[in-house]
Design a protein. Sequence first.
Lengths: 379, 327
Amino acid sequence: VTTLERPTSGTDVAARIDALRQRPEGADELAALLPENLPLYEGRSAAEMGRLRGYLLAAFADTGLPDAALPYVIESLESGHIAYEVAGAAIGLRGLDTPSVEVAVPLLRAIDNFTGSDATVSFETYNPAWPYTQPTTALTEVVRTIGHLGARAGAALAELERLAQQREQFSAPVLKEMRRVLDEAGPGSSHACCADLALPEPVQDHPATATRLEDQDGRPERFEDFFCGKPSIVAFFYTRCDNPYKCSLTITKLAALEASLEERGLAGALRVAAITYDPEFDLPHRLRRYGTDRGMRFGEDTRFFRVTAGFQELRRRFDLGVNYGTSTVNRHQSEVYVLNREGDIVASFTRMRWEIEPVLRAAGNLLAGNGTTTAPAPR
Amino acid sequence: VSDQAAEDLAEQLQRQVGEARTAHAQYLAELAATAAASRAARSSRGERVLGDEDEDPAMTVLTDTSLPEETRVEVLRRLASSLSRRDEFIEALLAIVRDRSDSAAVREVALRVLGSAAFQVDRFVPHQQAYEDALHDLVADPVPALREAAVGILAQRHDPVVQETLLRGLRGEGPLPVERERAILLLAEDDHLDNLPWLQELYGSGSEDAREQAVRFMGSYPAARTTLEGVLRDKRESTGVRQQSGAALRYLAPDRFEAVAKEISTDTSDDPAVRTASLRALQHLGNTARVYADTDFVARVRDVSSDESAPQVAEVARELLEQGPNP
C-alpha cells in the first residue's frame, strides 16, 4: 500500500482504504499508511491530508485497531482541529479491543477542543457532496465512542454525566447522543479504569550532519556547534501552523520548560531550541516574533532556527513526522527530542501531546550522567 | 462651546431622543396590531403561531409568510437584538433562512441577524452547528446574494465543504457558487491550500483590483518570489499593483526586495510613486543599517535628492539622507 505514489488521487487512496477495510488482515496495511512523511502524501494540500487522515482512521472500526495505529488515533483526538479528522479518530477507536489502554483523556480533550466548534461531517463515502445523507459530527462520534467503549473509556463516562448537564454548551443532537449513551450505560457504570499508556518511542543515534542553521537574529550556525557540547532539548514547529493544539502549544510549552530550567538552576547546563519545518517562509524575524509572543526568552543557549542547507539530512536524522504540499507543510506530528552532548537523540516525545515534566526528567537524567546513550522512559 | 450653545445642543438631543422613543412606541403598537391580526388569521386556519405563548408580536409577524415582505424585513431591522435572545427564535430564523420558498429579502436580512447573533459566542454555541449547516445549504441556493454571503462566511472559516465546492467549480467539475475571481480570492484566505496556480491565473486575467489582491496573497508562497519581483519591476503595470507586489516581496524575501527597491528608487525613468514608496520602505521597514552602509546606493540617492524633474522623489530622498548616520 505504501508504494502508492503522489500521483495517486485522494479518491484512489480512499478506494484502497475501502478495499483494505473489508479484509481481516487489512488493519496492519492500513496502519502502514499512517505516517505523514510517506511519499504518498507529498504535494497534497492540508485539507486533503485532513480528509484522508479522517477516512483512514475511521476504517479501523471495521478492521480492529492495531497497536501501531493507536498513537495516531490518540494524536488526532487530542490535537486534531478538523472535525472530520477527529470524528474519524473517534470512529476508529471503536476498533480497540485492548481493555488496558487509557483513552479517557484524549476523548475528553476532543470534547473540550470541539465544544463550540463542532461541525457536520459524513463518512458515507470519501468526500461526499453536501447535503449528506448520513450526517454526523465530531462530538457525536466522540460521545458515541465513549458509549461503545463503556467501562474501557474509564473516567470519560463519568465526565459525560457532568457534561450532559451543560446544555448551553452543546447542540441538541449532541446532547441527545450524550443522553442515549448515559441511559444505555445505566447507573453506576461510570468508573475510572486507568492504566498507563506505555508506547514504544523511537530512539535514534545518528552521526553529525552538515546541516546549516540560521537563528532568530539571522546568525548562522552549524548544527553541531549548537547541539554538541551540552545536552539539549529541541522541538519542531512552523509559524504558519493553523492548529492551535500543535505548534503554538508546543512553543508555549517550550517557553514554560525554559522557565522551569531557570527556576531549577539548570539554564546554563542545557540548551533549548526549536527548528522550523518551513525554512523558506520562516525568516529570522518571524522566528523571533513567534517565540517572543509565546514567552520564549532568547539567549545564547535558547534559540530558534531555520535550516539554510541540509534540510533533507536533518529530516532523515530525526525521521521528522512532516510532509509538504506545494506551498507549505500539509501535515505534521508534535515532536520534541532530548539530545545528549554529542547531539544524538536519547529521548523522543512524538505524536501524542507532550508534557513538560517527562521532558525535564529525561534531560535531568542526562545531566545526572544517566541515559547518555540510552533513552530514559519518556512517558 | 458657550453655555448657551451647550444647553441648545442638550435640548436638541433630548428632543431627538423623545421623537425616537415616540416613533418606536408607535412602531411597537402597530406591530402588536399586525401581530394580533396575523394571530387571528392563522388561528382560524389552524396554524401554530410561534411567539403566541408570550404574545411576542415580532416573532408572530416575522413567521407569517402571508404578510408583505417589507413588514417582515422591518421587524428584522428594528428588533434584531431581541430576536436572537431565545433559542426558539434563533431556530425560527434558521428555518426562514433555509426556506427557499420564502421571500429572498426576508431571508437575506434574517441571515444577517443570525450572523450578528453568532458573534455572541457563548449564547450561540448550541446553534452554531445548525447555523453552519444552514450556510452549507445556502451555497447552492438560487438567490445569488444568499449564496455569496454563505460562501464568504464559510470560506473565511476555512470550511472544508465550501473549499471543496470552490475547487471543483474552478476545475470545471461542478457549478461555481460565486464569480470565478471571487472564488479564487476566497480560497486564498487559506494559505495551506495550493492556491498559487489560481492566483497566477487571477493575476493574468483579472481586473486591476484582482491583480492587486492576487499579488498580495502570493506573499504567502515562496515559489511566487520570481513572479512578485517581475511584477514589481514591470513598468507597464499599474502603480497600485506594483506597490502591493513590493509589499508582498518584502514580506516573503526582504533581502530580495531591498535589492530591487534600490534599483527602482534610483531609476529616473520609473514611476515616481513606486520610486517614492520604495525609498520609504528602505528608510523605515527593512534593515536600515545595511541600507545606509551601502555607499554606492547612498551616492545614487544623493543624486536623486537634487533631481528637479521628480520633486516628490527628491524630497523623500532628502529625508532618507537626513535621517541617516551621515546627514
